[in-house]
Design a protein. Structure first.
Lengths: 171, 288
């Protein structure tokens, strides 16, 4: 009755999962923490959003569900987002969003809302709200990875196509 | 001979120790990080094209059931007395109750950086370094109850609301459906903010830190949470005799969901197994 349930190895169970990624050096991380904790705490006491439209994105509010490009400081983090015209009719709107310059992978829900890789169990009305929620979810001093994780690769999400069995290689 | 999965609050001191040691050994062997990667990889959202198997889809339950079985097999290769315990979050509801004790999963993250400082999975113990996170953090993080803007764990009555739905899932089989046991349990509610976070999703949010992101598997509570979710599927089957996984047949060519969800008799990536084959696991394990 349950034959087959237990017979198959995990997909991509190879132990050689690609070259080792450079680990953040302890000193570097501590320096980064020292640099970020103080302003983050200061802002937490006065949660004022300092919005400043970037002059170099050149994107006006597009009136779409996600609104226009944004570039603001939120709780001491710089969050930037730009809509990218989608290649596929199904997904006319994709966004490039960064937190402190590092890519924040956003996904779209069927109801049009957005969720991010650091906040996967809820969603937000706009990419800006999702980016702010991602900042809220990050611990003080915690940064996104320099490179995005291989993510949703089996869903055919743009830019993350994989070959079978090549799970999780993102070096 | 089927083995048992127990309520984590009932484990003896020896059972706790053996479970923890098996987890640490699976991590040491490099097998654990593969589970983290798989979970990240298979998170496909329903507003995007492509096959959804793990979330926002009917196969949320069988996918995680199989995922648990894989972890459990890895644990039992280390120590064949070990099974995955479940955390009944309708009963053990505080940041100091099980499983947040020093002899199990350790406690809350500290305020300054959400770092878990107690128990066997604390970074300083040297045996639980995060390597497959969505952030650059190397240590396990938690924010139990969300200090900044507190939320509660789901209640028994909220869970009963899911269990009392006699239909497994309904079209369009995604995160927007407001009926059906699967999404009521998975927990994509309507509206904004806290009110829209239900059951399974809400528990991920209550734990916070690593559990909130795509790499939620990095917190060992992931398995205790999903064992309890898995138990609900078994309870639901007992409550609604004859009720089955749906859909029975794949959505047709003209459907928006064509090729994007797994029907009852279809193979469910990354495994060579169908939801039908996972509906009855009484020959493998049972909950006590």
């Amino acid at each position: 009755m349950v034959t087959g349930v237990g017979d198959v190895a995990m997909g991509g169970a190879q132990t050689e999962a690609g070259p080792a990624r450079p680990a953040p050096g302890g000193g570097t991380r501590r320096e980064m923490l020292r640099g970020l904790i103080a302003p983050a705490l200061a802002l937490a006491l006065t949660p004022v959003v300092v919005a400043s439209r970037s002059t170099d994105t050149g994107a006006a509010d597009d009136g779409g569900s996600g609104g226009g490009a944004f570039d603001e400081t939120y709780h001491g983090r710089r969050i930037q987002g730009t809509p990218v015209p989608g290649a596929r009719a199904y997904d006319p709107e994709q966004w490039q969003v960064t937190v402190d310059g590092r890519p924040l992978h956003l996904m779209r829900r069927a109801d049009g809302t957005w969720l991010s890789v650091v906040d996967h169990y809820g969603s937000y009305a706009t990419p800006l709200e999702a980016a702010r929620a991602a900042v809220d979810a990050l611990g003080p001093g915690e940064q996104l990875r320099e490179r995005e994780m291989a993510h949703g690769g089996h869903g055919g999400h743009g830019g993350h196509h994989h070959t079978g069995g090549d799970h999780g290689v993102h070096a | 001979m089927a083995y048992t999965r127990k309520d984590v609050s009932t484990l003896t001191a020896a059972e706790r120790r053996r479970f923890v040691n098996a987890m640490l050994e699976v991590k040491r062997r490099g097998e654990y990080d593969e589970f983290v990667r798989t979970h990240i990889e298979f998170y496909t959202s329903d507003g995007e094209n492509g096959l959804r198997t793990a979330h926002m889809a009917p196969s949320f339950l069988p996918w995680h059931r199989r995922f648990l079985l894989e972890l459990e097999r890895a644990l039992r290769r280390v120590d064949d007395s070990v099974t995955v315990p479940y955390w009944d979050w309708t009963r053990d509801r505080t940041a100091t109750s099980v499983p947040w004790t020093k002899d199990l999963l350790g406690g809350n993250g500290r305020r300054s950086d959400q770092q878990v400082m107690t128990g066997p999975f604390a970074y300083a113990e040297g045996r639980w370094t995060i390597r497959e996170g969505v952030t650059d953090g190397r240590f396990l993080t938690r924010d139990l109850g969300r200090a900044r803007d507190p939320i509660e764990l789901p209640t028994r009555s909220e869970l009963d609301g899911a269990l009392n739905d006699a239909v497994y899932d309904v079209s369009p089989w995604d995160s927007t459906v407001t009926r059906g046991f699967r999404n009521r349990l998975e927990g994509w509610g309507t509206g904004r903010g806290s009110a829209s976070w239900r059951n399974h999703n809400r528990v991920h949010r209550w734990v916070g830190g690593a559990m909130l992101g795509g790499a939620s598997v990095n917190d060992p509570v992931f398995w205790l949470h999903h064992a309890f979710v898995d138990l609900q599927w078994t309870r639901w089957q007992r409550l609604h005799r004859g009720a089955r996984y749906l859909p029975e047949e794949p959505p047709g060519l003209g459907s928006m969901q064509h090729g994007r969800i797994i029907a009852r008799h279809e193979k469910m990536p990354p495994w060579d197994v169908t939801p039908r084959e996972l509906e009855d696991v009484s020959g493998i394990y049972r909950y006590v």
